[in-house]
Design a protein around this ligand. Sequence first.
Ligand SMILES: NC(=O)c1ccc[n+]([C@@H]2O[C@H](COP(=O)([O-])OP(=O)(O)OC[C@H]3O[C@@H](n4cnc5c(N)ncnc54)[C@H](OP(=O)(O)O)[C@@H]3O)[C@@H](O)[C@H]2O)c1
Length: 306
Amino acid sequence: LKTSGRSESDNDTGWKETTRVGFIGAGKVAAAFGRYLHHRKVTVGGYLDHSFDKAKAAAKAAGTTPCDHMTQLAARCDIILITTQDDRIASACEALCRQAKLTDRHRIGHMSGAHPSGLLAAARDQGATIFSLHPLQAFADPQKAFETLPETFFALEGQGEGLPLVAQLMDALGNRCFSITPNNKVLYHISACVISNYLVTLMDAGLSILEHSGIDPHQGFQAMRPLIEGTLSNIANLGASKALTGPIARGDNGTIADHLNALDTAALTDLKTFYTFMGRWTLALAGGNTLTSEEKATVIERLLAD
Ligand SMILES: NC(=O)c1ccc[n+]([C@@H]2O[C@H](COP(=O)([O-])OP(=O)(O)OC[C@H]3O[C@@H](n4cnc5c(N)ncnc54)[C@H](OP(=O)(O)O)[C@@H]3O)[C@@H](O)[C@H]2O)c1
């Protein structure tokens, strides 16, 4: 993972203080990122949204004003981020191109993880540089998203002579940014979804089993939290396979059989399917590493079979 990022001594980014960044779509990402740009002394030129009130609120936090029209936004800004829902990016870009005259001064980007910059072909046809700049961050809570933006990595790809200015924006912010090829964006995004979204699903599955044991899920989560954080820290320090603990890693067949029986007794059919699927993946991870006995691995494999 080759990243760029400004060192404290490196101020020669070529970034101009007059460069302005604007947003079409004033939702969760645009509101937090615009506020962050303003906080880092990058000028935000304006916001446009279906809802003028939403654009106004985001603009206020980012030290700017809302726009009434695409023409106004294009006149005010050099970099325009189309931060609508993914399936509206291309049509918003086409509307921008119809209403405002873009030139090679403009860099038009979106912040979707799954899609390449090619969605913005209409802007490229008018001479603008196009790009996608994806923050590897979940923007569920606006304040938390703002606070975690300094540590957030961004994935960048694009086409056009103005692309270095976007990388310089990342340098000016001090964020680490890596390149990705357009063809690899979908797999990259699946990985981020599995790691982030399915982590939420995993927690929910674990907590619903906990609830069946008679423990309130909210209080239970507080009790599990040090375990979760300790596990994350082990993965960061040791890598996934060495971070593995528990009955599969130890080869405790009897405990696994007890787990499966308890899920049957509680009639948790879907959770048993979930447990066995995850168990088979875990077994592959443990095999030849923490689990060295082939005999035990074969018994576990049989227990976890469909
Ligand atoms: N949320 C995340 O955690 C996250 C993380 C990384 C990247 N991203 C990416 O960031 C982008 C924005 O996501 P988000 O979660 O911030 O979306 P969001 O909260 O749903 O905000 C999208 C906003 O754009 C507005 N909009 C849609 N079409 C428009 C148009 N043609 N003109 C003006 N405004 C328009 C929407 O208005 P209406 O509601 O009226 O349609 C809404 O206010 C997406 O590409 C997403 O993939 C999101």
